[in-house]
Write a protein that binds this ligand. Structure first.
Ligand code: ZN
Length: 500
């Protein structure tokens, strides 16, 4: 075999795998959006056939020897091919460490867990979810031990979502945030509170959908390649490659800002995914490189841009056009203050910018202790409620509004949460860097996202997974990551808003 023929085989394999992914993503998207209620079994059948075939193709002997051959000739490969082979091999070697039966059993467990969690959340019944959650935590620890026996299992979990991330780094990062954020919240609580009455009323879904489309257009999202659907939990997914991306939102008829900010958040994810360099399509380098970088883009659009005075002033006429009755008597400044009201609350996804990271810290502390075996899964609700009281000063009335609120644990996403806080902090530093060459406020005032999107495309998006997340971030920033940018941003913005 020559390197050229091996590469041709490898490319054909990747193209085939991305077609399987295309079908599986579409089936998943259909189930979450428009599929009729009683069709889950039918989709499960198709999904199990496709995922088994995709698993077999990924791990079969032929694929492994092909990759080992290419790896042995890595010096002759382009940077792109080398990185692609390296990532494929890393994935396969990890999969190989987990016994096949245990891997399949875990996939089945997660499908079941999703149903059990939905019911448990609806019925405020943690006891019914506890046994399956115990199994998820136990399996997570066991798999971590198979894959990286030399590592603390929770460090392995963190690294799955942000390459190389450790508890030591998280502890230092969260301590730095806490030191600034906790006193800031105290000062805000003592100040005159901001009014958010203009967000409340009745907002019909069709006007909200019209508004969502207007937001996507302003953000520069190509609607010819990005669909908008409705689901209980908003998300973004690529269908086979960056050439077809879908975002979803959830409309609250009592508060239009809920869907507004989830559209902008998911729109940020979509822009990142859609703007991989075109030649990365149908390879494992297509799309975002890590969850921390992904959240840095989504939370960048949602908060740093979407909740800025300049953007709110620009979008205000669209809000009035969609909701003329409800907005009567309210100015753009009223809207700006309303969407930035700070209030310690129970639900992470609805939290304001200032208290948001405290929600993440609660989850981080609990995961760390549960994975280390210091905290029993059955004690999670009690500890959850205690930490909400300690960090946010709120009383959790029931598990539906507490430990059962997020879908991450039922989906096996242990170690994911710190990405949200890291992403928020990356975003603030990226904005400072961007402002050195782009007049961001003028762009937002004019509703011209092109210079902002161009900067992100050049520095982040186009690379897909070509560069490791840490290197990508540092090269975009031109300096090491420093969370002070984030805490400075929060202090400045909210001191002005609350006249502190
Ligand atoms: Zn997100």
């Amino acid at each position: 075999m020559t390197v050229a023929t091996a590469l041709a085989q490898y490319n054909a394999l990747q193209s085939k795998l991305s077609a399987y992914n295309h079908a599986m993503s579409l089936i998943f998207y259909d189930g979450a959006t428009t599929a009729p209620k009683k069709t889950a079994d039918n989709r499960a059948h198709a999904l199990s056939v496709l995922s088994e075939e995709s698993y077999r193709l990924t791990t079969c002997e032929e694929t492994v020897s092909l990759l080992e051959f290419l790896d042995a000739h890595r010096e002759e490969l382009s940077q792109k091919d080398r990185r692609s082979v390296e990532l494929s091999l890393k994935d396969i070697r990890e999969l190989q460490k987990i016994p096949m039966e245990e891997f399949v059993a875990y996939q089945e467990l997660l499908v079941k867990a999703d149903d059990v969690w939905h019911d448990a959340k609806e019925n405020n019944d943690f006891a019914s979810f506890c046994p399956i959650l115990e199994e998820i935590f136990a399996t997570t620890v066991r798999f971590a031990t198979y894959c990286a026996p030399e590592m603390h299992p929770y460090n392995y979990c963190l690294g799955k979502y942000e390459d190389g991330l450790t508890m030591e780094q998280c502890d230092a990062f969260f301590a730095a945030l806490r030191q600034k954020i906790v006193p800031l919240i105290k000062r805000i609580t003592r100040a005159q509170q901001l009014d958010n009455a203009c967000l409340h009323g009745h907002f019909d879904v069709s006007s909200q959908e019209k508004f969502a489309r207007a937001l996507m257009r302003v953000m520069g999202i190509d609607e010819g390649r990005c669909g908008l659907g409705t689901t209980e939990h908003p998300f973004t997914t690529s269908i086979g490659s960056h050439r077809d991306v879908r975002i979803t939102t959830n409309y609250s008829e009592e508060d239009f800002s809920s869907s507004m900010y989830s559209v902008i958040h998911e729109g940020g994810h979509a822009l990142y995914d859609m703007n991989s360099a075109d030649d990365l399509a149908y390879t494992n380098l297509d799309g975002g490189v890590s969850m921390g970088i992904h959240e840095s883009q989504s939370r960048f659009y949602e908060n740093l841009l979407g909740r800025s005075e300049a953007f709110v002033a620009h979008i205000y006429p669209d809000v009035v056009a969609c909701f003329p009755e409800q907005m009567k008597g309210y100015t753009a400044q009223d809207l700006y203050r309303a969407v930035n009201r700070v209030e310690p609350s129970l639900i992470r996804v609805e939290a304001d910018e200032v208290t948001y990271c405290l929600h993440v810290m609660v989850r981080y502390e609990l995961e760390k202790r549960a994975v280390s075996g210091e905290l029993a899964v059955r004690d999670l609700p009690t500890e959850w409620n205690r930490l909400y009281r300690e960090y946010l000063g709120v009383e959790v009335p029931d598990d539906t509004h507490g430990v059962l609120q997020d879908s991450h644990w039922s989906g096996g996403g242990i170690g994911y949460f710190p990405s949200y806080a890291l992403g928020s902090a990356y975003g603030a530093q990226l904005l400072a860097k961007m402002k050195q060459s782009v007049d961001v406020d003028a762009c937002l005032h004019a509703g011209d996202f092109a210079p902002i999107n161009d900067w992100n495309r050049e520095h982040i998006w186009k690379y897909g997974c070509l560069i490791k997340p840490g290197e990508l971030l540092e090269s975009a920033l031109g300096e090491p990551f420093d969370p002070t940018y984030y805490t400075d941003y929060l202090e400045k913005k909210y001191s002005e808003l609350y006249s502190l």
